[in-house]
Design a protein around this ligand. Sequence first.
Ligand code: GLU
Length: 494
Amino acid sequence: MNQSNPVRVRFAPSPTGRMHLGSARTALYDYLLARRLGGQFILRIEDTDRKRFVPGAEQELIEGLRWLGLHYDEGPDIGGPYGPYRQTERQEIYLRWANELVERGHAFYCFCPPDRLEKVRQEQLKNKQPVRYDGTCRHLDPDEARRRVRAGERHVIRFKMPYEGETRAVDALRGEIVWQNRDLDDAILLKSDGLPTYHLAAMADDYEMKITHVIRGSEWLSTFPLHVNLIRALGWPEPVWIHLSVFLKPSGKGKMSKREAAAALNDGYSIFIKDLKELGYIPEGVLNWIVLMGWGVAEDDVMTLEEMVQRFDIRNLNPAPAAINFSKLDHFNGTHIRRLPADDLARRIKPYFERAGYSVDDTLLLRIVPLIRERLVTLDDCLPFAGWFFKDNVTPAPETLVPKGLTPAEAASVARRVYDLLAALPEITHASAEPPLRALVEALGLTPNQVFGLLRVAVTGQAVSPPLFESMELLSRETILARVQNAIALLERM
Ligand code: GLU
């Protein structure tokens, strides 16, 4: 691509539902391609299907893109030189091109009532013929058709597909595809409500917005020949076409369904971007997971968005279906969490503590981060591991204080020995406390698990925590002693 023809890639979602993995992956590839080639990334909202319109869907898309860090150069909320970027605001453009197609003999007015079309369809199905428009209005006298339109008769505009020969087009992942024109349909371009179908609107916008690469789902392969015929009829330049692979459900058998999506949520996963955010996944992890579903990278596959941009190449995209694998999501999320600078991770987990009702001391939080980061798969894992740091008191269930193999009375006496030992230390640190406590374990003829387990529950209130001695270092001497004292009292009352 040269200077006069800069790369322009658009993400063109329909606001018909929630933003899911499929839309996020398309947007990501759009972004990577545009950034890789120094071009522009554009957001266009394809909202002409008013029956399937979902209020709030556009906002969720915009927020999803923002959260993922896929910043676009032009879009409905920020404008740009080729706006408006919502199709319902571009109606006259489509009308103009629909008329142009009729004028040039590539499209025709169709007055067929829906019930007649339905009868034709049933008939074709019964006779095992291809289902397609039967051509009735295609052969109307153009003047007669125009007169009926002017008289206000209800109509649509259909594309005049060539009946003979073949259509050839190239998909960058699949190579050349050939269709027999007799198998193609006279698709509707402009509906009776005056709104365009996807076919006309998307092609006209891609032309008007000077789009150079179209990345879209493979569900558009079946109407791909219509799109190229339409573009060619108007003599428009053809973009590079890329039809992505489909997603399969985790079992690899079949496409993701509503039921599967609900099942995933039960397991703490989701195919929706907003849910993933709420479940404690970080954009870095989600992006890394998504980018590899259809892109084969040979080397290390842990990448930041910036690294993806450097390495992205459409020649490595894979048209084979990609099965959703949530354990990979966990893997990438944990990996990217561990790569975050401590202050960044602290900033991201802070809201989870606050939402749980803790008042968070930033200095303490920053010191907790190195103790827990290895164990976090999602951000909200910070709560069970480290929530206790922000509690004034911990109240373990007494029985959890009793080590395996000991009676409560024996446990109480162990706790007293531990207390005396700690109370004798001027400062309780990892270095000052561990060696004498290990000696105590020996002297008592117990195992480290028994003694340290008791101490852990006494100090943290729970059986699973970050490393015990490092954790104790973050607490004051008084707090530690008070908690052991409290444990002794609990054990004595058992
Ligand atoms: N609005 C279409 C969809 O959401 C976009 C397809 C395309 O990118 O051209 O499937």
